[in-house]
Design a protein around this ligand. Structure first.
Ligand code: HEC
Length: 155
């Protein structure tokens, strides 16, 4: 093998590894004026994520209300609605644009709603449900502090 083909191989390897890093780990991001990491998306992609968010908010509201009314069954229904099973089908193109840490935090939030539902089912302890909600909502706070969604520029 001559030097030229070797350097071509190394160059291509670099391109592949860099591409994989960009796609799997970093996502399509820029630093926004407010210091947060802006994930740059199309309008449709942004809408998909925001819809999931409104589902989260609605679940949190329903759980708080169900706790105050002492309705364990409603706590379970509301939490399951935003559990793993309900997680929106995310197109591969969008998966590549989301940073790894963002995906982990999002996934963990769905998992924690499932855990809340299971706990309510097993323990029937509404105070415990409220406590778990408070804990899982630290994910909401952490993610919103770190990320925002910006639109791709369409020239
Ligand atoms: C993995 C990150 C992440 C997690 C976890 C997360 N959010 Fe969000 N959420 C975002 C981002 C990013 C936005 C867009 C904010 C922006 O562009 O300024 C957003 C927006 C929203 C919006 C606005 C929706 C709209 O239609 O404009 C609501 C409501 C919301 N989130 C609620 C929640 C609640 C409640 C939780 C927790 C149960 C939560 N989010 C957890 C990242 C997250």
């Amino acid at each position: 093998m001559n030097k030229l083909s070797l350097s071509i191989i190394f160059f291509l390897l670099f391109v592949i590894i860099f591409g994989a890093y960009k796609f799997i780990y970093q996502g399509n991001v820029v630093t926004a004026d407010d210091g947060r990491t802006a994930i740059v998306l199309t309008g449709t992609e942004k809408d998909l994520i925001l819809e999931e968010m409104r589902g989260f908010l609605s679940a949190a509201q329903q759980i708080v209300q169900a706790v105050s009314n002492g309705e364990i069954d409603k706590i379970i229904i509301a939490a399951k609605k935003v559990g793993k099973a309900a997680q929106a089908e995310v197109p591969v193109s969008l998966v590549g644009k989301l940073p790894m840490a963002f995906k982990k935090l999002g996934f963990d939030t769905h998992v924690k709603f499932d855990e809340l539902a299971m706990d309510a089912q097993d323990m029937e302890d509404k105070e415990q449900s409220l406590k778990l909600l408070g804990q899982l909502m630290q994910n909401c706070v952490a993610c919103h502090a770190a990320y925002r969604l910006d639109l791709e520029k369409t020239n």
